[in-house]
Write a protein that binds this ligand. Structure first.
Ligand SMILES: N[C@@H](CCC(=O)N[C@@H](CS)C(=O)NCC(=O)O)C(=O)O
Length: 203
């Protein structure tokens, strides 16, 4: 299998954490010809990364779909707990990371300075962080003592927050949420998380 990914891509980072945590033999490469090239669009008509090429050549874009597939195909070590309520909690945390944090930082970075669009994105980001403050387990990982898909999503999402927000408003937004700030430190103790945050930082 092959994953098209870039180290700077916040939507690709969660997939790489899952791959590293499961020690999967998946080739990780940049999109051929570049992300916006016709060559890559022939591979993935959505034109986005990440995109996983399966063993039979099928193309699977969309980070959440890829992570669900990897979890089902390679269930050990598990990145989802066993019981339905605990699984729902992991998926909720995952969605907050994807939709309320990563997507908002991506849009915030692109919004014109002091625009209504930027203010709306910031509001949604603050709501996401505030929800997280109430939902985090208080243990080293988002949903408990073990790494889950929630951490794959949240650790890179939170890594970006100060890098996007501080240049705009000179404010330590994460520091306003002590449980979130503690989680940022405890989650990066996992080698797969540390590796991807390092890749993102270098990019
Ligand atoms: N919902 C998609 C979002 C993927 C996405 O937007 N990736 C960015 C890079 S981080 C991208 O490919 N942008 C290129 C474009 O939209 O033209 C996912 O979760 O995989």
């Amino acid at each position: 299998m092959r994953l098209y990914s870039e180290n700077s891509s916040p939507f690709s980072a969660p997939v790489r954490i899952a791959i590293y945590a499961k020690s999967l033999d998946i080739e990780i490469v940049a999109p051929p010809g570049g992300l916006r090239s016709a060559q890559y669009h022939a591979v993935n008509p959505l034109g986005t990364i990440p995109c996983l090429i399966l063993g039979d050549g099928a193309r699977l874009p969309e980070s959440s779909a890829i992570m669900e597939y990897l979890e089902e195909k390679f269930p050990v070590p598990a990145l989802l707990p066993k019981n339905p309520e605990a699984r729902a909690q992991v998926r909720l945390l995952q969605r907050i990371g994807e939709l309320h944090i990563t997507a908002q930082t991506v849009e915030l970075r692109q919004a014109p300075p002091n625009s209504e669009e930027g203010a709306n994105r910031l509001t949604r980001l603050v709501r996401g962080l505030s929800a997280l403050q109430g939902l985090l387990s208080g243990e080293p990982f988002a949903a408990g003592a073990d790494l889950t898909l929630a951490d794959c999503q949240l650790a890179p999402a939170l890594f970006r927050v100060p890098r996007v927000v501080e240049p705009l408003m000179h404010r330590d937004l994460i520091g306003a949420y002590p449980k979130v700030a503690r989680y940022v430190e405890t989650s990066r103790a996992h080698p797969a998380v540390a590796r991807v945050l390092e890749e993102m930082g270098a990019a």
